[in-house]
Design a protein around this ligand. Structure first.
Ligand code: PSV
Ligand code: MN
Ligand code: MN
Length: 388
């Protein structure tokens, strides 16, 4: 196999998971601008996600957020997804939108609230059993706003206790992915603020507990690719929540703010063996399309991720290693930049054509009439949003 054949063959196997919530209305705390044709049910979100897969060929699964995507029968929902050519992926728990969680969920000082939060997490594992999902993604909004508000150390104990109970409940082929975030909604302490905290908890729990890196959850200037390289080396990288940010947790389209960072991250993924399917890394999007149309926003994001991956796969690793061994600083940097500066769009268009897809997914979706059809069909009922 030539080097370029190896690249295209690796790209054929790419899989990016879409968030169901990206298709619903979203906004900031200032305003949600509703869009026509937005889904009203989990089924309609899955149907929209299936469109993204239809035009890109590399978005075969949809993550659910519970209770936003509550249905009576999850096995039936999984069948419905399959019938549309996609499958249900990661189950995201939600212990941040209930009045009881004002002072935290699993770290709340009140044992009754902690029990309620834990019961929700366990219920999410029941849902995974029904959908056949491998991963449970845990993000906790838990933290404090004022010094002295609660005991930092006791909150870690409560967190560890809840995580252990969930870990215990996991099936042999299930994993829990612990997500960290620097701040927000808590402004003084956050109980899982960084990869180190997530890593330490996961290490104690065992192999089925891994860290998930949301690219929008770091302090400005953080070297995310270093975190990726480190976690991969330790077999503790479970997956990504991809998005872009200019300031904080902006949830903009991945590759929009800093495509070079996305390339650097994907290069470390490839370098660390994380791109191989056996590595089990979940490549997920976690985004909101507040002002742009949602399905094209997701298509654009998937294409951005694909382009960054193609560039990362194109790095001439032999030349790079040689330059690194020789201490050739400029030469090594040039090898990486050569790959980054390659225009991979023609190659990806050709790959799509070979797969029977349209060379230009954005244009093909726009021409399909799907957006007009859902705007005409989906009238009446409550449109889905973050909380729906
Ligand atoms: C929190 O900011 C987060 O990144 C978590 O992944 C949540 O599940 C998601 O956003 C909700 O949009
Ligand atoms: Mn996230
Ligand atoms: Mn986030």
């Amino acid at each position: 196999m030539t080097a370029s054949e190896a690249v295209t063959s690796a790209l054929r196997g790419q899989a990016i998971e879409l968030p169901s919530w990206a298709f619903g209305n979203s906004g900031t705390r200032f305003k949600v601008f509703p869009q026509a044709g937005v889904p009203r049910t989990p089924q309609e979100k899955i149907a929209d996600a299936a469109q993204v897969h239809r035009y890109t060929g590399i978005a075969p699964s949809v993550a659910l957020h519970i209770p936003w995507d509550t249905v009576d029968d999850y096995a039936q929902l999984a069948d419905y997804a399959r019938h549309l050519g996609v499958r249900l992926g990661t189950i995201n728990s939600n212990v941040f939108q209930d009045n009881d969680y004002k002072l935290g969920s699993v770290t709340n000082p009140d044992p009754r609230v902690r029990r309620k939060a834990l019961d929700h997490l366990l219920e999410c594992v029941d849902i995974m059993d029904a959908t056949g999902s491998r991963d449970l993604k845990l993000w906790f909004a838990d933290g404090t706003n004022y010094p002295g508000q609660d005991d930092i150390r006791a909150r870690q104990d409560r967190l560890a206790e809840a995580l252990a109970a969930v870990y215990e409940r996991l099936g042999p082929n299930q994993r829990m992915l612990l997500e960290y975030k620097l701040f927000e909604p808590a402004f003084y302490t956050t109980d899982v603020p960084d990869w180190g905290t997530a890593y330490a908890h996961c290490l104690k729990l065992g192999d089925k507990a891994q860290v998930v890196v949301d690219t929008g959850h770091h302090a400005p200037g953080t070297n995310i690719e270093f975190i990726v390289a480190f976690l991969l080396r330790e077999n503790k990288l479970g997956g990504f929540d991809f998005n872009s940010r200019f300031y904080a947790d902006d949830d903009l389209m991945v590759g929009a703010a800093d495509p070079f960072q996305l390339f650097r991250i994907m290069y470390e993924v490839v370098r660390g063996g994380g791109y191989a399917p056996e590595a089990g890394i979940a490549f997920m999007l976690d985004q909101c399309h507040n002002i742009e149309p949602k399905i094209p926003g997701q298509i654009r994001s998937v294409l951005n991720a694909q382009e960054a991956t193609a560039k990362a796969l194109l790095v001439d690793t032999e030349a790079l290693e040689q330059a690194q061994r020789a201490g050739d600083v400029l030469g090594a940097n040039a090898v990486l930049m050569d790959a980054y500066n390659t225009d991979v769009r023609p190659m990806l268009a050709q790959l799509r054509e070979q797969q029977g897809l349209d060379a230009d997914p954005m244009a093909a979706f726009a021409a399909s009439g799907y957006a007009e059809k859902i705007a005409a069909d989906r009238v009446g009922g409550e449109q889905a949003g973050w909380g729906a």
